[in-house]
Design a protein around this ligand. Structure first.
Ligand code: COA
Length: 257
């Protein structure tokens, strides 16, 4: 199995498990990963998802044998196939549960898409990143919305065009990952994020992500003020909001903990 899902307590771990090919992903792995994210999103017992990878490296990105083969399909099939990779990125970005990427070793090409589509990412200090596509005569196309969102267009100009290898500390500075820790502290750093996420309201967390996407894109105009006001008005009258506010005032834990 190249993709496995393990659920323990409220945490689902989706693992890329094809280390012989450095966890490169082809159409079959893309379909399995997409399905895994959809499944955990629909699973009421799951509160947090960790995307991780077996072996020394997180992922060498798209399988280049598959990339080359897809380039020989007819235009419609080629487009449909590329859309399936775009759908995987979207499935991570829109997963109904918060997603943490756990990164070690190399994360090249499409792997940056997986990481930047996740809500947060933690890397070992041995991690290194590379948008290597231009060296292959292609571009980081379907991953670009997520990678540019993470690093911003100016950094993207540089790293998309140079395909330089980005060290872990630099990746943290430019927003690819949130934290960098020693390799043996990686699991505890991920667990700390898991624990923080478990203390928050599940609905509030997913609404928060959608809110951030909306306010990042739009002008701060009346429509935005109305939208943000409507959101807080809705959530504070909802069951989860009422429970969270009451729990604080009654000095007890909310019922989602
Ligand atoms: N697609 C298909 N196969 C890949 C691959 C990819 N993206 N990346 C690595 N592999 C294969 C290699 O061909 C090799 O196969 P082999 O054992 O049959 O010869 C095997 O995985 C191991 O690769 P190797 O380069 O020896 O591993 P490494 O540990 O020395 O280096 C990387 C790891 C990730 C730095 C290196 O494999 C690499 O640069 N890969 C290309 C990454 C890339 O540019 N991806 C962009 C995708 S758009």
């Amino acid at each position: 199995m190249s993709v496995t899902t393990d659920i323990e307590g409220h945490v689902a771990r989706i693992t890329l498990d094809n280390p012989d090919k450095r966890n490169a992903f082809d159409d079959i792995i893309i379909a399995s990963l997409t399905e895994a994210f959809e499944k955990v999103g629909d699973d009421d017992s799951v509160r947090v998802v960790v995307l991780q990878a077996a072996g020394k490296h997180f992922s060498a990105g798209a399988d280049l044998n598959w990339m080359r083969a897809m380039g020989k399909l007819d235009a419609q099939q080629n487009q449909q196939d590329a859309l399936r990779l775009a759908a995987l990125m979207q499935a991570i970005d829109q997963c109904a549960k918060p997603v943490i990427a756990r990164v070690q070793g190399a994360a090249f090409g499409g792997a940056l898409g997986l990481i930047c589509a996740a809500d947060m990412a933690v890397a070992a200090d041995n991690a290194r990143f590379c948008l290597s596509e231009v060296k292959l005569g292609i571009v980081p196309a379907v991953i670009s919305p997520y990678v540019v969102r993470a690093m911003g267009p100016r950094q993207a100009n540089r790293y998309f065009m140079t395909a330089e290898v980005i060290a872990a500390d630099r990746a943290q500075q430019i927003g690819i990952v949130h934290d960098v820790v020693s390799e043996d502290a990686l699991d505890s750093a991920v667990d700390a994020l898991v624990q923080s996420l478990l203390s928050g309201g599940p609905l509030a967390q997913v609404e928060t992500r959608a809110l951030i996407a909306r306010v990042s894109d739009g002008a701060i105009d009346d429509a935005m003020l109305n939208d943000t006001a409507a959101l807080i008005a809705r959530l504070r009258t909802g069951e989860e909001g009422q429970e969270g506010l009451s729990a604080f005032l009654e000095k007890r834990k909310p019922n989602w903990i």
